[in-house]
Design a protein around this ligand. Structure first.
Ligand SMILES: [Zn+2]
Ligand SMILES: [Zn+2]
Length: 592
């Protein structure tokens, strides 16, 4: 199934290009670059996460088919693989799909999984690829009747694929009404209605291949006024992870604050968007007026956009290779793949949205290469010389972050110059530490370099709040540091005991200072910085345990993923953004 999607991908992309070219030619372009990239990214994500959960899903259906089937296995196989059997299986699947899809719009927890497909405010072939990554969690329940009827797993998998592939072509505004076809089959016209948010159009036309189900069960409506697309609560983000969790997060928040269990059940299983009145008053949510939809098109510099596209293309290529081999890959390799690909797509979205300066985005891209390279080499994955890729990328991460900090230092006001210099010093010392740890015999010099980095961070985090503003944070981190040292002590060579003890003291001070600062300032940036500091502590804990106590499985993955996330979080958030002096000269993309 993964391979079928890989083979279909060039066709999808060619048709998307064709639709775009047609739209430009006829003066009715239905695409926005960032929107299309975001939609395709969500499609990519849904495929590699499906490859990860495939064993589970196929296993659930196969187990259900073998234990629930009312038909003897041989008779079932003979019937469902006959020509009539295949057609009936597709119709049967389409019927189950109708009810799953209907639940996806009429029950909050199912909407949480399905919402991804509807978040785009555009309607074009790229919207078709925009699919959820959490459909496997609950969706299988709706296909149990097929297992009861003895439909074999292979037949089930193939008709599921056919049903999905069919729906691609209907996502276009360039095909008008098709007469009788619109009343029997799902078509561009009736599926446009499904994606529209006007009152008369909401919760209509759920069919996958046949729209007959909607006419039977009273959910059919014909296309009349021009459709406005999207969701009533707009996502307005190019973050693929947030796109997948936004509704779940809302459900958890509302259920948490609901007064009783009846309200809680209604938040989870009731109509999407239903909220207890007091919770809705406390946590208001913006909704969209279908009459004045607008667009979501945040600014990003041309460099950031180019880099976003680069991350996207790398993720697309890597996913293709990943899906081709997914069935034979060890679980560890698949897990590393899922994390690395998600990081790439997240970077792409953050750059498109202007949330990440281009140079830090480039550092993030290098961090993915360095982490995935080292981790895949440790997991003995084939395909590429992963170790060399990892080594080539590693110094780039802090190198690019330091270059970014240097530019900001040069552009900063005299009053902030010292803070910028401290950040730069910490990043340069970390770069030196990274390089030292890559050469044999570099452990002690590396330790000293990071010791300097942490001293610079402590001084940076003390600005404006003083040394150790929270005693309880300092106490908690000190206890952690002492415990860590106690575990390490018997395993440390005598010559390293002093330096390691000094290092543990300094990194603990860094963590305590960052937490204390977040507790005083209580803003998102200082919390993000503190999270970075804690990840730094976690990274060094794994490194020390792996090196001195016992080998940690996939150690490079845990150490580098936490370390680079820590450094980039601190680099991005430790200092306030510079006033947008240079931004004024950038091209402005007006929403409208
Ligand atoms: Zn839908
Ligand atoms: Zn659709």
């Amino acid at each position: 199934m993964g391979r079928a999607i890989v083979l279909a991908t060039p066709v999808f992309l060619a048709l998307i290009a064709l639709e775009y070219a047609w739209g430009r030619r006829t003066g009715r372009n239905t695409y926005g670059l960032s929107d299309a990239v975001s939609s395709i990214a969500l499609g990519i994500m849904s495929q590699y996460t499906a490859a990860f959960t495939r064993l589970l899903r196929v296993g659930v259906y196969a187990a259900a088919a073998s234990s629930l089937s009312l038909v003897p296995a041989e008779a079932a196989a003979a019937f469902w693989t006959s020509p009539l059997g295949w057609v009936l299986a597709l119709v049967f699947y389409d019927f189950c799909y109708y009810w799953l899809h209907r639940a996806g719009h009429e029950s909050a927890i199912f909407w949480a999984a399905h919402v991804v497909h509807h978040q785009s405010r555009h309607y074009n072939l790229s919207t078709a690829l925009r699919q959820t990554s959490s459909g496997a969690l609950l969706g299988w329940v709706f296909y149990l009747p097929m297992a009861v009827a003895g439909v074999p797993s292979q037949v089930f998998a193939i008709v599921a694929l056919v049903d999905l592939l069919y729906q691609f072509w209907v996502h276009t505004e360039h095909v008008g009404k098709l007469g009788w076809f619109d009343r029997w089959f799902v078509s561009p016209s009736n599926h446009r209605v499904h994606h529209a948010i006007q009152d008369g159009y909401l919760d209509r036309n759920y069919g996958g291949v046949l729209v007959v189900w909607d006419r039977l069960f009273g959910t059919f409506v014909e296309e009349g006024e021009r459709c406005t697309y999207g969701t009533r609560k707009p996502l307005d983000s190019w973050d693929p992870v947030w796109a997948n969790v936004e509704v779940y997060a809302g459900i958890v928040r509302d259920a948490w604050h609901a007064r009783d269990w009846r309200d809680r059940a209604r938040v989870v299983f009731g109509r999407p968007g239903w909220r207890p009145a007091d919770v809705a008053a406390r946590f208001p949510v913006a909704t969209l007026d279908p009459a004045r939809p607008g667009r979501f098109d945040p600014e990003a510099t041309p460099t950031a956009r180019a880099l976003a596209i680069a991350c996207f293309v790398v993720a697309l290529g890597a996913t293709t290779a990943f899906l081709w081999e997914a069935d034979t890959l060890p679980v560890a390799v698949r897990a590393i793949g899922v994390v690395a690909l998600t990081a790439l797509l997240w970077l792409s979205g953050a750059l498109l949205q202007g949330r990440l300066p281009a140079m830090l985005g480039a550092a993030g891209l290098a961090a993915v290469g360095a982490t995935a390279g080292a981790a895949l080499a440790a997991a003995q994955a084939g395909g590429l010389d992963w170790a060399t890729l990892g080594r080539a990328c590693k110094p780039l991460v802090l190198g690019l972050a330091a270059a970014w900090a240097w530019r900001r230092w040069r552009a900063s006001d005299a009053a902030d110059a010292r803070a910028h210099a401290l950040l730069l010093a910490a990043l340069v010392a970390s770069l030196a530490g990274d390089v030292a740890l890559m050469v044999s015999g570099g452990f002690l010099p590396g330790l000293v370099a990071f010791l300097f980095a942490h001293v610079a961070y402590v001084m940076l985090f003390a600005r404006g709040v003083g040394a150790m503003p929270s005693r309880s944070a300092a106490f908690a981190v000190a206890v952690y540091g002492l415990a860590m040292l106690a575990v390490l002590w018997p395993h440390l060579p005598a010559g390293l005991r002093g330096p390691v003890a000094a290092y543990v003291a300094v990194i603990s001070a860094m963590g305590a200072q960052a937490i204390g600062r977040a507790l005083v300032q209580r803003d998102a940036a200082s919390v993000a910085t503190a999270a970075g500091a804690l990840l730094f502590v976690a990274s060094d804990t794994v490194l020390a345990l792996d090196r001195f106590v016992a080998p940690v499985p996939l150690a490079p993955f845990w150490i580098l993923s936490t370390y680079f996330t820590a450094q980039l979080l601190i680099a991005r958030h430790a200092l306030p953004d510079l006033p947008a002096r240079r931004a004024a000269s950038l091209p402005v993309h007006v929403a409208g």
